[in-house]
Ligand binder design. Structure first.
Ligand SMILES: Nc1ncnc2c1ncn2[C@@H]1O[C@H](COP(=O)(O)OP(=O)(O)O)[C@@H](O)[C@H]1O
Ligand SMILES: [Mg+2]
Length: 311
């Protein structure tokens, strides 16, 4: 992983807290939207902790059906279920002396929640179908992008387990709430992806950077990374320019400008039609198709605009 960027005060605060909790063995609950950097922060905690030499193990609680997830987490003995031809240790055992990250913890089944609670309270468990009790010493870091307090209120998540996981809670703010991080993140990703794709390191044009700094990034840091990987691939010169940013980012920026200019709906429509005509290289049939209207309708709209301009 590239170095964890924390330039904004909000992110610095999260990393400070992570650094403090790293020196203890406390369980941690990391909250934040998808792509905001929960995994990245969990890895940071592991690396800063005295468990850094131990393994960093991850399990995604949303990725597998309940039974398979339990088998993956707790391991199983031969014959525990059909298909269990060999005994296999689970991720918990793999995380002994290290850190276990439970991604999307809200998806954990009731059964697995009970077993995990016992792991926390007694530091022991049995593999599925096993009678031997296994001792385990692992720090747990739970990640969630949904409101776990609300899941507890709905009785979808055990309160006792919640309190055990929520000893320290760290929130990773969405990227749109810490736009100061965009520049540094963007530069880091440009370097990473230039190396990956065998390109020279690219510089980013101020206009392109500004566009990124005003974009809302619904996919957060992960989306920014993708945007820059794409730019590294499509840019042919030495700089990333606005035209190398994906349509989604450019469209949002032009919409934003219009909102700021307080355009009327008619003005907005006219501007959008004009933009689409440019994108269609002046081809009106193509523009009408892109706009989802008939060619006739487009001609009518253009005629009306012309009338408005002259009137
Ligand atoms: N602060 C950061 N500095 C550098 N890279 C980051 C940062 N936050 C996230 N990333 C990168 O962005 C991508 C998505 O982050 P991730 O931790 O997987 O998000 P989440 O777990 O919240 O969905 C990963 O490639 C990660 O390395
Ligand atoms: Mg993640």
């Amino acid at each position: 992983m590239i170095e964890l960027v924390a330039h904004s005060e909000a992110m610095r605060e999260a990393v400070r807290l992570a650094g403090r909790v790293a020196t203890t063995d406390a369980n941690v609950l990391v909250t934040g939207e998808s792509g905001a950097g929960k995994d990245a922060l969990a890895l940071y905690i592991h690396r800063e902790s005295k468990r850094a030499a131990g393994s960093f193990v991850k399990i995604d609680c949303a990725a597998l059906p309940a039974e398979l997830l339990e088998a993956e987490l707790f391991g199983y003995e031969r014959g525990a279920f059909t298909g269990a031809q060999e005994s296999k240790p689970g991720r918990l055992e793999a995380a002994h002396k290290g850190t276990l990250v439970l991604d999307e913890i809200a998806h954990l089944s009731t059964d697995a929640q009970a077993k995990l609670l016992r792991v926390i309270e007694r530091r022991e468990f049995e593999r599925l179908g096993g009678r031997r009790t296994v001792k385990v010493d692992a720090r747990l870091i739970a990640l969630t992008n949904v409101d776990l307090d609300e899941a507890v209120r709905r009785r979808a998540f055990r309160p006792d387990l919640f309190y055990r996981l929520n000893v320290v809670r760290i929130h990773v703010p969405p990227l749109r709430e810490r736009r100061e991080d965009v520049r540094k993140l963007a530069r880091g990703f440009l370097k990473t992806y230039a190396a990956k794709h065998g390109r020279r390191a690219l510089r980013i044009e101020p206009a392109a950077l500004q566009m990124l700094e005003t974009y809302d990034f619904p996919g957060n840091v992960r989306e920014l990374a993708h945007v820059l990987e794409r730019a590294v691939i499509v840019a042919d010169g030495e700089r990333v320019e606005v035209e190398h940013l994906p349509e989604s980012v450019r469209a949002a920026a032009s919409l934003q400008r219009r909102r700021e200019a307080r355009m009327t709906l008619a003005e907005l429509e006219a501007a959008y039609i004009a933009e689409t005509l440019v994108a269609a290289r002046g081809n009106k049939s193509e523009a009408a198709r892109l706009l989802g209207i008939s060619r006739k309708n487009l001609y009518e709209k253009l005629a009306r605009q012309k009338g408005n301009d002259e009137g």
